[in-house]
Design a protein around this ligand. Structure first.
Ligand SMILES: Cc1cc2nc3c(=O)[nH]c(=O)nc-3n(C[C@H](O)[C@H](O)[C@H](O)COP(=O)(O)OP(=O)(O)OC[C@H]3O[C@@H](n4cnc5c(N)ncnc54)[C@H](O)[C@@H]3O)c2cc1C
Length: 448
């Protein structure tokens, strides 16, 4: 594919050298979260404990690898049916025609720590009062410490008429469900950009993993139309179920200003309620329940998200407050220890914390969770505090991105002197397409 960087010029040789020194000095893994992590310098703590980790995605495997090094003699069991490991941050690149799909497909077996047991099944029920989980196949597994790492459930059932299997046909797209859906999304986008027309992009009201992805898809769709010469015949509409398009105000304001200049039309408080895929009509509902039909040529659908059923319907879920409806894991946001069951910890997207459903969040919090498991087993106070660090490079167009980094409070937390917050750059693009996958793998292997 032809490379067409945006207005930001590639770095000069001198500035590139300076930048690589800065990033290189942090180590490959830090490029993902851009902060140095807890080193694994301490001697392993002897333990005979049985640690069960439910979910073998990024968070589950990262914590398993760290515990394998930090504990001597502990038994570690991972439970998850999924054998393929997907590099999900690469989905937006696959879905917009930048990467081939092979770059986002690996195998969990290649990353899990040696000596760990792997039960290839899903957990159907959590019984924290009995220190037990029950698999779909009926196996009861007891634990001393449980780490919940199940990620999110994509609640497609809340969009009447939606059919994930139809993504790629009739102008229907979604980057979220799988690597196959990302490929099909690019097929739909590529077909759409040849002729142009009306594009509708959606955003639900629930917490999302990588809440930047719907924005990236919108920026890239507009860029693909411009590259194909069909922008003049097109309209791009973004329908948000919320009053904004991103939960952190300075980032929201920045994106809205850019979209105003790019001619992207924003509609707020409109939740996608139904789809007629064959007729290409989307129905949006206002908070008051008023329904509006919107015809389209291309639609990018973002599913509402919640905790998987097994967590949502268990004693581990929040019972009250803003996280209760989604059934997210009730952890202390600072320690990531369960608030009612002290031998339970959460890592990654399942956590019912104010923000933080990105791989960068896992990079910064996996060392804290692993250390807290060790502290808990040793009878020590949990000494570390997670600030909610979240980040992702927001793609602005092919060849340009803007690195956004923030904490629980929504405060911007820029970590690289060479990258200005809220400014797009070729550097941030380079980081997205070249550096973040190696950094992700380093997190997965528990090396950073
Ligand atoms: C389109 C997209 C773009 C993204 N872009 C970025 C980005 O640019 N930067 C960034 O930092 N992050 C990004 N992310 C987010 C990042 O991929 C996630 O935050 C990260 O993968 C979270 O890790 P996790 O372990 O919590 O969940 P996952 O990696 O999703 O793993 C969860 C695992 O739990 C398993 N599981 C679920 N239920 C059960 C059960 N009942 N029993 C057993 N196992 C179960 C699943 O099978 C799965 O393997 C993106 C994600 C998507 C989808």
């Amino acid at each position: 594919m032809e490379h067409t960087p945006g207005t930001d010029r590639p770095p000069t040789r001198a500035s590139r050298r300076e930048w690589l020194k800065t990033v290189g000095g942090l180590g490959a893994g830090s490029a993902l979260g851009l902060h140095a992590s807890q080193p694994l310098a301490q001697a392993a703590t002897p333990s005979k404990a049985h640690i069960v980790i439910v979910g073998s995605g990024l968070g589950g495997i990262a914590v398993a690898n760290r515990l394998r090094k930090q504990l001597d003699g502990a038994r570690i069991t991972l439970i998850d049916k999924k054998e393929i490991h997907n590099y999900q941050p690469g989905y937006t690149l696959v879905a917009t025609g930048v990467w081939p799909v092979g770059k986002v497909i690996d195998h969990n077996a290649d990353f899990q720590p040696s000596g760990a047991e792997w039960i290839k099944d899903m957990v159907a029920a959590f019984e924290p009062a009995n220190n037990t989980v029950v698999t779909a196949g009926g196996q009861r597994v007891n634990y001393d410490v449980l780490v919940v790492a199940t990620g999110t459930h994509q609640d497609w059932a809340r969009i009447e008429g939606m059919d994930v299997g139809a993504i790629g046909t009739n102008g229907l797209a979604s980057v979220y469900p799988s690597s196959d859906a990302a490929v099909a999304t690019w097929a739909a986008m590529d077909a759409f950009r040849q002729k142009g027309g009306k594009a509708v992009m959606t955003l639900p009201a629930t917490p999302l993993k990588c809440a930047g992805a719907p924005l990236k898809m919108t920026f890239m769709l507009r860029d693909r139309l411009a590259q194909a010469g069909t922008l003049g015949k097109s309209e791009v509409h973004f329908h948000s179920a919320l009053g904004n398009v991103f939960g952190v105000k300075p980032i929201n304001d920045n994106v809205l200003e850019r979209w105003k200049n790019l001619g992207i039309q924003v509609h707020t408080n409109e939740a996608l309620a139904a789809l007629d895929i064959g007729k290409r009509i989307a129905t949006f509902a206002s908070p008051e329940g008023e329904r509006t039909e919107v015809p389209y040529d291309f639609i990018h659908v973002v599913p509402p998200m919640r905790a998987p059923d097994a967590v949502k319907h268990s004693d581990l879920a929040w019972r009250e407050g803003p996280m209760a409806a989604g059934g997210w894991l009730e952890v202390d946001p600072k320690t990531l220890q369960h608030k009612r069951f002290p031998n339970v910890f959460g890592i990654g997207d399942i956590n019912g914390t104010p923000r933080g459903k990105t791989a960068a969040t896992v990079k910064k919090s996996a060392p804290i969770v692993a250390q807290h498991v060790v502290d808990f087993l040793a009878g020590r106070a949990l000494g570390q505090v997670f600030d909610g660090y979240t980040s992702c490079p927001l793609i602005i167009r092919e060849g340009s991105a803007m690195l956004i980094e923030f904490d629980y409070a929504g405060k911007l937390t820029p970590s690289l002197p060479m990258i200005e917050p809220l400014q797009e750059s070729f550097f941030a693009w380079l980081m997205k397409v070249r550096m973040l996958k190696p950094a992700y793998l380093a997190v997965l292997k528990g090396r950073v």
